[in-house]
Design a protein around this ligand. Structure first.
Ligand code: GLY
Length: 343
């Protein structure tokens, strides 16, 4: 078992990583917790015993559950069952569940404690760490939410064994991202050569460090969106059969090409992006039916676009946010990607 701390002063919390760590939950439950509300989804099938009285609230499967109606009905169910601020919520599932459970914890009785057992690779290395909680509106994803930190996170890697192969592989896109956000500690092998548990722990450590330095995304935290600008556009355009992590992987290759066009990185560093994506068995090319002009149009609608087209890009000082990128640069980078795919 590996333990990583998210250092937020008196709101610091541990993230445990390893096979079977969800069984450590009773040991980390605060002594004064009377009862636990376990929030999960139908298809998750991961048992959690908090070691005190608990009630399970099961949401329907899928992203469609992530809305304000679900929050209202969950809060009503908690009220009917008599849960109070002395109790605690545990979210068991992927990012959809941990986002809903965390937001429910943030608003029920003006905020109660919560812990998460993320059961997907994406959840373990991203969604469940860092206190971003919330739900979608018909107008867009994650438009209503709160920063609400958990008291502990249990990244039980045994739960990954039952993931559908494509879901697991999609998580690899997010995992590959961390190779460029600090990667392995000096003297250690690159992240892509570590066993999965250690890779998850190393990614959690990088995310914990970024969150500790910028909890509310005033600046540095935005680097966690490396690869996400094109990734989101591919996901939201509706024209492609693409999962989040698959989009991030293609977005990492594209971000490297944009950085190259701007003279921020050299050809070797671009090649390193393609090497890492290959090591994770990730597709680095645009979908065959991609429409680059439509994708570039979508960038300007990305919620992180602060001033013209904004990208998180690699460069001499590492990965950082770059604003005001010309359309001609974005088009040239698309052409480079298309040439690369043909070569
Ligand atoms: N998923 C990006 C963040 O947590 O800030």
């Amino acid at each position: 078992m590996i333990e990583v701390e998210v250092d937020l002063g008196d709101r610091s919390y541990p993230v445990l990583v390893g096979a079977g760590v969800r069984h450590e939950l009773p040991a980390l439950l605060p002594d004064d917790v009377r009862r636990v509300a376990v929030i999960t989804q139908e298809g998750i099938g991961v048992d959690v015993d908090p070691g005190v009285a608990f009630e399970v609230f099961t949401l329907p499967d899928g992203e469609a559950a992530k809305n304000l109606g679900t929050i209202e009905s969950l809060c009503s169910s908690l009220a009917v069952s008599g849960f109070t601020r002395r109790d605690l919520i545990v979210g068991v599932g992927g990012g959809v569940v941990t986002d809903i459970a965390g937001f429910c914890a943030a608003v029920y009785h003006r905020g109660i404690r919560f812990m998460t057992v993320p059961t997907t690779l994406l959840g373990q290395i991203d969604a469940a760490i860092g206190g971003k909680t919330g739900v979608n509106l018909p107008e867009g994803k994650n438009l209503v939410g709160a920063f609400w930190q958990p008291s502990a996170v249990f990244c039980d890697t045994a739960t990954l064994e039952s993931l559908p192969p494509r879901e697991f592989q999609s998580g690899m896109g997010e995992l590959a991202k961390y190779n460029f956000l600090g990667g392995a500690a000096p003297g250690e092998p690159p992240l892509d050569e570590l066993p999965l548990d250690e890779r998850v722990a190393a990614s959690v450590r990088i995310k914990a460090d970024v969150v500790a330095s910028d909890e509310r995304e005033g600046g540095r935290r935005a680097i966690l969106n490396y690869g996400h600008t094109l990734g989101h556009a591919l996901e939201t355009s509706g024209s492609y059969d693409i999962r989040h992590g698959e989009g991030v992987a293609i977005g990492l290759a594209y971000a490297a090409e944009v950085a190259f066009e701007l003279g921020r990185i050299d050809a070797d560093r671009v090649a390193e992006h393609y090497r890492v994506l290959g090591a994770y068995d990730l597709e680095a090319a645009l979908p065959a039916n991609a429409n680059p002009a439509e994708l570039i149009d979508l960038f300007s609608r990305d919620k992180k676009a602060l001033d013209g087209v904004t990208f998180v890009l690699d460069g001499p000082d590492g990965v950082e946010t770059v604003v005001g990128i010309d359309r001609s640069v974005l088009e040239a980078a698309m052409e480079r990607m298309e040439r690369m795919a043909k070569s």
